[in-house]
Design a protein around this ligand. Structure first.
Ligand code: ADP
Ligand code: MG
Length: 214
């Protein structure tokens, strides 16, 4: 069973995320058509296609280079809120990991935490605002707790994915307080947040990539 994450596992994660958002494009668009402008599926699909194309020649040698490439490509290829937010997530993860070839579970936990902090610095979302934060924050918390308990990294990632999915589902009754959906006020309640839905996919594919590396 793997105890570290290297650039090839991260590359596998990125490619799985591209595949999954492409496969779920219609659903993400439907969610965004209910409380936004119906472009979240297109935004994520376009952004991740650009990322995979950029990384076509193989993974950069170090984790920071890999994740910074992902982040910069998302920022530059996706208009709309999700590009800068997901872009910042990957940029901050890369900066936190540094110029290393692999990280252990504590290193991945610190990188994910830095990514979450970057999203907050950029978008100012708080818990319950009905954003992608509501899927990511519980996932990062669950991962931290699992790592502190010395739970194997694949199980920690599985738990984080489950927490992200629960966080996504918990956005259903919320009234949006950030982003386009907030313009709807009370009418935003009763719909899942599209960004929380794509964020749960991000953690699901991370768990799958780590399980695949085991
Ligand atoms: P846009 O809203 O510009 O059309 P997308 O549709 O791609 O961009 O992404 C919408 C998602 O972005 C929302 O569902 C929400 O999860 C997320 N989002 C919007 N604003 C913020 C914010 N300030 N902080 C965190 N997430 C946000
Ligand atoms: Mg949108």
């Amino acid at each position: 069973m793997t105890t570290t994450i290297d650039t090839s596992t991260l590359l596998d994660w990125i490619s799985r995320f591209r595949d999954a958002v492409t496969e779920k494009r219609e659903w993400l668009t439907e969610l965004d058509s209910a409380i936004g402008d119906a472009d979240h599926g297109a935004n994520m699909t376009r952004g991740m296609a650009a990322v995979v194309e950029k990384l076509d020649g193989g993974a950069p040698a170090t984790i920071d280079e890999l994740l910074k490439t992902v982040g910069m490509t998302l920022v530059s290829s996706v208009g709309g809120a999700s590009g800068p937010l997901y872009g910042t997530l990957f940029l901050r993860m890369g900066m936190a990991a540094g110029a290393v070839e692999q990280v252990d579970s504590a290193g991945l936990a610190a990188a994910l935490r830095a990514g979450l902090d970057g999203i907050v610095a950029r978008g100012k979302a708080e818990a319950g605002d009905k954003t992608l934060f509501d899927a990511m924050a519980p996932a990062v918390d669950a991962f931290d707790v699992a790592v502190a308990r010395e739970i194997p990294i694949a199980d920690a990632a599985r738990g984080a994915a489950d927490a992200a999915a629960a966080g996504r589902d918990a956005t259903l009754p919320l009234v949006a307080r950030k982003g386009r959906a907030s313009y709807l006020g009370e009418r935003s309640a009763g719909h899942l947040d599209p960004g929380a839905a794509s964020m749960a996919i991000l953690f699901e594919t991370l768990a799958a990539a780590i399980a695949g590396a085991s």
